[in-house]
Design a protein around this ligand. Structure first.
Ligand SMILES: Cc1ncc(COP(=O)(O)O)c(C=O)c1O
Length: 491
């Protein structure tokens, strides 16, 4: 048995087992006819519960057969052109090669003595990303598990910097009064981070947005002034470059001016919009990002990388010192004095995957331009899909797509049936997922239920979008008909 399970014992076994798994997944992925089987939790849960985890199957073929039934058959497949729901991307093949190598070698990025070259590869990629942002030579950063963790770490650094420079009051006195300013469409990880960082429940002030769903700079100015007058320290302004619902990019230059004038840390959450860093045609949309103090970059969104792959990049690498702790058993101070590159000195995590390898191989095989061109193709598609929706009288669209989200809803015919709009859209989303023909997301705007497409798949076509719109209109329309037939509506 030992020879079958330890990678170093027999290269033959390792090759055979992994090859079998890759063969099955490659066949499955190629054959997927719809993004989802439509299985419900109630249908699937008993199949997983009945498996006796104390009775191993003894071989990879049998375990993979079983996995077909409990996972691969019903997985949600993001590479399918009609998966249009969340910020999940199809993945590029060089990244999968990186994933396989990283898992097999199993480097841990906390210390040099557990990772060696991996540490230097990660550092090169951080420098590369910092240069794309437009930061200077003092910049630094670290890979993280995702945008939420990157945002948390950014706000931790902001809090520490604000308190280090903020005068004599002690931390417990400052924390309940401290504020973070973000647009009302900012990601909820900002509020979660505020809680983790010990701030009050009202610590995050939501700044209003304009008709393009971008943070209103004038309102931000008023809030900053209000906080100053009320003696509330502002730890950070979080600008979003690609909001989750609308893909809106906050006005970074104006926000940077306000932060500079107020002496406030500017964090740019570019978890979604970071793909513009490699876009051959639209890099200008991120103008001003180079003035941030910290930037969240999620390669596992618009760089087509497998989860996890994210980074926090800071303008001044010295600020990462606020996340540094030393332990005799891992990274004693003398190592830092000898400039031994221990990434744990910059990270909130300890043991950490070599996620950077996926991006490294992607850049070495395809190059940044090819990645950016794929993101551009998605943005072109979003523009076409928006035009399609605007022309389609069955639907109402909320805002023009700046990146690749479209928020819209089915509108029941004018008249008394209109009040069924919320339920009809909720129903259409669920019915569509249950059919497995397409998966779309939902959100609320001004208290009403809307549907959302998040496009990240360059393989999705306008025909796919048109087909999904017909499916939605079919489900929603039938719902409205049934409801009006079963209980005629008042005139
Ligand atoms: C703007 C924005 N920031 C942060 C995040 C969180 O990223 P993650 O899911 O990788 O933690 C998301 C996720 O969708 C996002 O859209």
């Amino acid at each position: 048995m030992r020879d079958q399970v330890l990678t170093g014992r027999t290269a033959g076994e390792y090759r055979r087992q992994v090859a079998e798994a890759i063969d099955r997944v490659a066949t499955r992925v190629a054959a997927v006819g719809r993004p989802f089987s439509g299985v419900s939790p109630d249908e699937l849960a008993p199949e997983i519960s009945r498996i006796d985890l104390d009775a191993p199957l003894g071989g990879v073929s049998a375990a993979l057969d079983e996995l077909e039934d409990i996972y691969l058959r019903d997985a949600v497949y993001f590479h399918h052109p009609r998966y249009l729901a969340h910020l999940n991307c199809p993945v590029v093949i060089p990244a999968l090669v990186g994933e396989a190598i990283a898992a097999a070698v199993n480097s841990s990025l906390d210390t040099w003595d557990q990772s060696a070259g991996a540490t230097l590869i990660e550092r090169r990629l951080i420098d590369w990303t910092a240069a794309r942002i437009g930061f200077g030579p003092a910049a630094d950063g670290v890979f993280t598990s995702g945008g939420s963790q990157s945002n948390l770490q950014a706000l931790l650094l902001a809090r520490e910097v604000a308190h280090a420079t903020g005068g004599s009051a002690t931390e417990p006195e400052i924390l309940p009064r401290s504020r973070i300013l973000s647009s009302s469409d900012g990601h909820f990880s900002v509020a979660k981070s505020a809680k983790v960082l010990g701030l009050g429940t009202d610590a995050v002030i939501a700044v209003g947005t304009d008709h393009q769903r971008r943070m209103r700079a004038a309102e931000l100015a008023r809030e900053l002034e209000g906080c100053r007058r009320a003696g509330r320290p502002v730890l950070a302004v979080v600008a979003t470059a690609g909001t989750t619902d609308f893909g809106a990019i906050d006005p970074l230059p104006e926000i940077a001016d306000l932060c500079a004038a107020a002496g406030v840390w500017l964090h740019v959450d570019a978890a979604y919009g970071c793909g513009l860093l490699v876009s051959p045609t639209r890099r200008d949309l991120l103008a001003g990002i180079e003035r941030a103090d910290s930037v969240t970059v999620d390669y596992h969104k618009s760089f087509l990388q497998p989860v996890s792959s994210s980074a926090l990049v800071v303008r001044d690498g010295a600020t990462l010192g606020h996340a540094t702790f030393h332990a005799d058993y891992l990274n004693p101070e003398r190592m830092a004095e000898r400039r031994i590159p221990n990434q744990v000195d910059k990270s909130l995590q300890t043991t950490r995957r070599f996620d950077a390898l996926k991006l490294w191989l992607t850049l070495r095989v395809m190059g940044a331009g090819a990645l950016g061109a794929l993101f551009d193709a998605v943005l072109d598609l979003a523009a076409e899909a928006h035009a399609l929706l605007v022309r389609d009288r069955r639907f109402e669209v909320v805002a023009r797509a700046r990146l690749s989200t479209l928020v819209f809803r089915y509108l029941p015919p004018e008249g008394p049936a209109r009040h069924l709009a919320d339920d009809a859209n909720l129903h259409a989303r669920e019915a569509l997922a249950a059919s497995g023909e397409a998966v779309v997301a939902g959100t609320k705007v001004d208290g009403r239920h809307y549907l959302k497409f998040t496009l990240l798949n360059p393989a999705t076509s306008v025909e796919d979008i048109a087909c999904v719109l017909d499916l939605i209109a079919g489900h929603a329309g039938r719902y409205v008909e049934e409801k009006t037939a079963s209980s005629p509506l008042p005139e």
